[in-house]
Design a protein around this ligand. Structure first.
Ligand code: HEM
Length: 321
C-alpha cells in the first residue's frame, strides 16, 4: 500500500525518517466519539453552543490515524483545493502554531512532544518541523484531523482568510476564501434571519482562551471525506433502499469549536468530521433521528439533499426503532 506519509521521506529531514522507521508500532487511542448533534425532538436552526472542556480540546482518538492518512493524501494531491492562507491571516497562523505547540504536549504528553521548532506526533509516528512546510496551517493540517479555519476582523465583518479544509461537507475552500460570514453561508436557508447576528456577536465578544463547540449534521450516501460538491443537485441513487439503507447511509456529524486567539484577535474555527452508518445507531438514536428528519422544513431538507436519501433512511429507521 502507498505510504501516506511519503511526503516526509522526500523532505530533507533524515532525523524525521529515522524516527518514522523506529516509531512504527501499535498505538492505543481512546475510541472515536460520536457527538450527538440534537438537543430537542424537532429541528431548530440554532447556534447550539456548549462549553468546551479546555483540557480535552483536540484530544486524540482512534479515528485520527485513518483521517490523518487521508489528509496527507489530499495535501499531496490537491493542495490548492484544501489549503489557503491570505496575508491578513499570517500572524494568526503563526500564533495558532505556537498555541498548539504548547497545548498538545501539555495536555496529551503520551501523544505529542516538543522537538526543536516543531512537534513529534506519536499518533502518526512523525516529526513535523515548520521548515518542511509552506506555512503553519500546512503543518497543522498534517498534525490534526480537524479542519482549521481562520477568520479575521475587517470593516466588512469577520472574513475567512485562512484554511486547511480537507473534509468539507459540500463546500469548497477556494470558493469561500475572503468572504465574510454571511457570504460564506449564502446557500444556507434561514442563516441571515436566524444566525447571522448571533454568530457575528459571538465572534465579536468571545473571550480569548474560552472555547465553545457546536455540531452540524447531514445524511450522506458517500463515505468519502472530501466532499466539495453540493449535496442538493446530485441525482438519487436508486440502489439505496430500505433493506440496505442502514449500511449505505451515514450520519455525518461535524464537531466544530470556536476560539479567539489573544494576540492577533483572529478567530479559529475547527471542524472535526465523524461518520456512522445508520445501522450503528442505537434504538433511541434511531427514534430521535427519525423525529428530526420528519420535522425538517422543506427548504432545509432540500438544502441538505434529503430528497435523495431521506425516504430510504426513514424506512430503515422506522423499521428498526
Ligand atoms: C458558531 C458559528 C456558526 C454557526 C452557528 C454556523 C451554522 C451553520 C449552519 C446551520 C449551516 C448549515 C449546515 C447544514 O444544515 O447542513 C452551516 C453551513 C456552513 N458553514 Fe457555518 N456556522 C458557523 C460558523 C462557520 C464558520 C466560522 C465558517 C467558516 C468557514 C462556516 C462555514 C460554513 C460553510 C462553508 C457551510 C456550508 C455552506 C454551503 O452550503 O455552501 N461556518 N453553518
Amino acid at each position: 500500500m502507498e505510504d501516506p506519509f511519503a511526503f516526509l521521506v522526500a523532505s530533507r529531514c533524515c532525523d524525521t525518517l529515522r524516527f518514522m522507521q523506529e516509531q512504527r508500532r501499535p498505538i492505543m487511542l481512546p475510541p472515536e466519539p460520536f457527538p450527538w448533534p440534537f438537543d430537542g425532538d424537532v429541528y431548530r436552526m440554532a447556534m447550539g453552543l456548549r462549553s468546551q472542556d479546555p483540557t480535552q480540546w483536540l484530544a486524540p482518538d482512534a479515528g485520527w490515524p485513518a483521517q490523518l492518512a487521508e489528509r496527507a493524501r489530499l495535501l499531496r494531491d490537491r493542495k490548492w483545493d484544501v489549503l489557503a492562507l491570505m496575508p491578513e491571516a499570517k500572524a494568526a497562523a503563526a500564533e495558532l502554531l505556537a498555541l498548539l505547540r504548547l497545548h498538545l504536549p501539555t495536555r496529551f504528553p503520551d501523544w505529542f512532544a516538543l522537538t526543536g521548532d516543531g512537534l513529534r506526533s506519536q499518533v502518526t509516528g512523525t516529526v513535523l518541523d515548520p521548515s518542511s512546510f509552506d506555512h503553519p496551517l500546512h503543518m497543522l493540517a498534517h498534525l490534526l484531523p480537524d479542519d482549521l479555519c481562520l477568520l479575521t476582523a475587517s470593516a466588512g465583518g469577520w472574513r475567512l482568510t485562512g484554511g486547511a479544509v480537507c473534509f468539507p461537507s459540500h463546500w469548497f475552500l477556494p470558493h469561500k476564501l475572503g468572504k465574510p460570514l454571511p457570504g460564506i453561508h449564502r446557500p444556507v436557508p434561514g442563516y441571515d434571519a436566524t444566525l447571522a447576528t448571533p454568530v457575528d456577536r459571538l465572534f465579536d465578544t468571545l473571550a480569548p482562551g474560552r472555547t465553545v463547540w457546536r455540531a452540524n449534521w447531514t445524511l450522506s450516501d458517500d463515505p468519502v471525506l472530501f466532499q466539495p460538491g453540493t449535496a442538493a443537485h446530485k441525482p438519487a441513487d436508486e440502489t439505496i433502499q430500505a433493506g440496505n439503507a442502514g449500511d449505505r447511509l451515514l450520519m455525518r456529524v461535524e464537531r466544530q469549536t470556536v476560539r479567539k486567539l489573544p494576540e492577533s484577535g483572529a478567530v479559529l474555527f475547527t471542524i472535526r468530521t465523524h461518520q456512522r452508518p445508520l445501522s450503528a445507531l442505537d434504538p433511541d438514536q434511531r427514534r430521535h433521528f427519525a423525529a428530526i428528519l420528519r420535522s425538517l422544513p422543506d427548504e432545509i431538507a432540500a438544502y441538505k439533499g434529503l430528497h435523495r436519501t431521506g425516504p430510504a433512511a426513514l424506512s430503515f429507521l422506522d423499521r428498526l426503532s
